[in-house]
Design a protein around this ligand. Structure first.
Ligand code: ATR
Length: 271
């Protein structure tokens, strides 16, 4: 990869920037396609000024992650329809000084699920009502899933459902799983260091259930481990990571993403 006067800079804005596997994934893809792009960490000290920096330094685009996905919105010029609906952004494109926010998280989750199951007409229980859940909920609804949102704080699920229009409830309704096709954990429960936690009682899991967890560390959460024991199909968080990144690559470059290369790089990269 040659850096020269035409090199386009893409940055990664977020507090977990140091340990992302995305550097390897994008830079390997740029190299393979001989694209004059580079993907680097951008550390935001002051978010508003940093966003102005994107504009004034001519940075082509940024990937946005925790904790800026919502906070960044007031500093952008526009949101695409998807980001507007979700109310969160995971990518910003700089179109001649105009900063446009988008979101590929939900679609990435749907693509990961579709590797294992059809979604249309399926009963889907989504646990959580935070930023990640919001993105996934809209995408599942778009894909034709019959969605039920269950959250510890029922009020948050109720709020989310106002814009989506589906069933909701508290976690005590997890017995619904007995007649459910797809379960998605979009809460942080099970994430390191709390690896012995799961919101789901194993007795509600059954063989025909496809279980997805957006917790990526550890790769096999307690929920997924128990689901595997029961014989469920599993969808790991790194598949969502891949697909949301593949979708972003296309936004960054306008070029068809080299999926196999990105996948291999993601598998091989260590944090
Ligand atoms: P993100 O943007 O990653 O989705 P978030 O907005 O902080 O993060 O949302 C975290 C989600 O995990 C919420 O749905 C939260 O439930 P509450 O709305 O009740 O807070 C859920 N969550 C976190 N810890 C939890 C726990 N110990 N038990 C149940 N749900 C939990």
């Amino acid at each position: 990869m040659k850096i020269n006067g035409q090199t386009k800079l893409i940055g990664f804005l977020g507090s977990t920037f140091k340990t992302s596997k995305m550097y390897a994934m994008y830079n390997t893809a740029f190299k393979a396609l001989r694209l004059n792009y580079i993907y680097v960490p951008l550390v935001a000290q002051d978010l508003k000024k940093s966003v102005e920096g994107i504009r004034h330094l001519g940075i082509s685009a940024v990937g946005v992650t925790i904790p800026y996905k919502i906070e960044i919105i007031p500093f952008l010029d526009e949101l695409d329809d998807n980001a507007k609906r979700i109310g969160a952004v995971n990518v910003v494109l700089n179109k001649n000084g105009k900063l446009i926010g988008g979101n590929t998280d939900g679609e990435g989750a749907v693509m990961a699920l579709k590797e294992k199951t059809e979604i249309k007409g399926k009963k889907v229980v989504l646990m959580g009502a935070g930023g990640a859940a919001r993105a996934i909920a809209f995408a599942i609804k778009n894909a034709g899933g019959k969605l039920i949102i269950l959250n510890r704080t029922v009020g948050d699920a109720k709020e989310l459902v106002k814009t989506i229009g589906c069933q909701f409830g508290g976690l005590e309704k997890l017995s619904e799983l007995l007649t459910t096709d797809i379960l998605i954990n979009s809460t942080s429960v099970g994430m390191i260091p709390n690896i012995n936690q799961s919101l789901v009682n194993k007795k509600f899991l059954h063989k025909k259930l496809v279980v997805m967890d957006i917790v990526s560390n550890p790769k096999e959460t307690k929920l997924l481990k128990e689901a595997k024991e029961v014989g469920c199909q599993l969808v790991f968080a790194d598949r969502m990571l891949l697909w949301q990144g593949v979708l972003k690559f296309e936004k960054y470059t306008g070029i068809k993403p080299p999926i196999k290369i990105m996948e291999k790089s993601l598998l091989n990269s260590k944090l």
